[in-house]
Design a protein around this ligand. Structure first.
Ligand code: EPU
Length: 417
């Protein structure tokens, strides 16, 4: 298993390009199973989670071509089985998105509890209850769920918790439910909006995506089409945070600054100088940055996926503040290692920590527990004095394409060994 060797403490400089959002592209691969026609998916990041998704599709008998870098063509003319491969599904939370198209196409789907990052409990009750509301029957064996329905029926469903993949799954299923479906308390993330836009471009009738109320009118068939993956707002935000934390001048290109409004508002209040364009964010070095408390929220609030790198930034800013992780109960555990690097962190409970800055971080040997914490350790190692070794690089490769090569181009001393 490779490691990253990082020598930190240097300023970075240059331009870094943002790839397509894996959390958007993954859902497009799922949506491609709703039609028997070709779906072209563009601007796909070449990351491990996408490879697992392709394996899942191929395992179902779906044809997936990869004619050029970052472009895939999915043809689900035939789907051979309603069973989502449990071994692969356990590696990928997004595997659950396939439940909706398989239920629609085959009338039945069997899957395990999906895996993914170890950041909390991650239940799937909203999927189960949502499919039930649309008229499906649920059987729960020892390790597998089976959902079946000859025909889905439009209904009203109110999400008890706001769920991104839950909203996307029910929106897809509702496209084929007879009559109208009203979904309330929906996730408003740009990935949801992008999926709805794609479904509509193929002939679906979805309205309201991007607001808490989504209205879907059932259709009989969906055409093929083209999906252009939106820029990865989490990658863009992580690079902006890296620039601020290392007091570097970095231009982050090919992103959508509108998707980063909450982070950029915090930057402004913290005194971090930024220039914005239509598709770029340029961060300038700031001598002293004020610490600010954050509370993770659903979009458009502060994203839980940026909590980890932002905590690293807070070790490099002035003040004592609270970080409240409201979405996942296990998503602050990674900060124990950050403490060992020299950060002044007080754990209050599983959801809250206090960070006092600035601190001088020291390089260390660290294992990446999950994707976003892995990125945060990279940011911490680039801020730290001395050498760090980051293990379990697979976690980082799940979501960030060739991260070391792109960081090298802006002057980072990072190698994959
Ligand atoms: N939840 C439930 N029941 C459910 C589903 C979710 O209680 O049936 C709870 C979760 O436990 C959590 C909250 O609802 O507390 C939000 O979870 P959500 O369902 O929105 O998360 P997700 O759709 O599984 C996506 C991203 C995550 C990101 C979250 C929140 C994908 C593949 N994953 O997860 O991304 O953290 O939304 O924005 O889209 C990552 O990329 O590192 C990552 C974990």
């Amino acid at each position: 298993m490779p490691n990253f060797i990082i020598n930190g403490g240097k300023k970075l400089k240059g331009t870094i390009e943002v790839k397509g959002a894996k959390n958007a592209a993954l859902k497009a691969f799922g949506a491609a199973l709703l039609t028997s026609q070709d779906v072209v998916i563009k601007n796909v990041p070449e990351v491990e989670d996408i490879r697992r998704m392709v394996e899942l599709l191929e395992n179902l008998g779906v044809k997936v071509r990869h004619p050029e870098e970052s472009q895939y063509v999915v043809t689900a003319k035939k789907i051979n089985t309603y069973i989502i491969n449990p071994e692969i599904a356990k590696k990928l939370r997004a595997s659950i998105i396939l439940a909706a198209p398989l239920l629609v196409r085959l009338g039945k789907v069997t899957f395990p509890h999906p895996g993914g990052c170890v950041i909390g409990e991650r239940p799937i009750d909203v999927f189960i209850d949502g499919f039930k509301a649309l008229g499906a029957r649920i059987d729960h064996g020892e390790n597998l769920y089976t959902i079946s329905a000859k025909k889905l029926k439009g209904a009203k469903f109110v999400f008890p918790n706001i769920s991104v993949t839950g909203t996307e799954a029910l929106m897809m299923a509702a496209c084929f439910a007879e009559g109208e479906t009203i979904l309330k308390n929906c996730a408003c993330e740009p990935e949801v909006v992008s999926l709805a836009y794609f479904l509509n471009s193929c002939g679906a009738k979805v309205e309201g995506a991007g607001t808490p109320y989504i209205w879907v009118k059932g259709i009989k068939n969906l055409n093929g089409g083209e999906y252009n993956t939106i820029p990865d707002r989490i990658e863009a935000g992580s690079f902006a945070i890296l620039a601020a934390a290392t007091r570097s001048h970095i231009k982050i290109k090919n992103c959508n600054p509108e998707h980063l409004d909450c982070l950029l508002g915090i930057f402004d209040r913290a005194g971090i100088k930024v220039k914005l364009g239509k598709d770029f964010v340029e961060v300038f070095p700031s001598k002293e940055i004020r610490s600010l408390s954050i509370r993770t929220r659903e979009y458009p609030g502060f994203p839980t996926d940026l909590q980890a790198p932002f905590c690293v930034l807070l070790t490099q800013t002035t003040g004592q503040v609270l970080v409240h992780e409201t979405v996942y109960e296990g998503r602050l555990n990674w900060t124990n290692e950050l403490k060992r690097m020299g950060a002044d962190i007080l754990s209050l409970d599983p959801h809250r920590i206090e960070i006092k800055g600035p601190s001088i971080l020291r390089g260390r040997e660290i294992e990446s527990p999950d994707l976003r914490a892995g990125m945060a350790y990279i940011v911490a190692a680039l801020c730290a004095n001395g050498e760090s070794i980051i293990g379990n690089v697979y976690q980082v490769d799940r979501g960030y394409e060739k991260i070391e090569e792109r960081l090298q181009k802006i002057g980072a001393d990072i190698r994959r060994i």
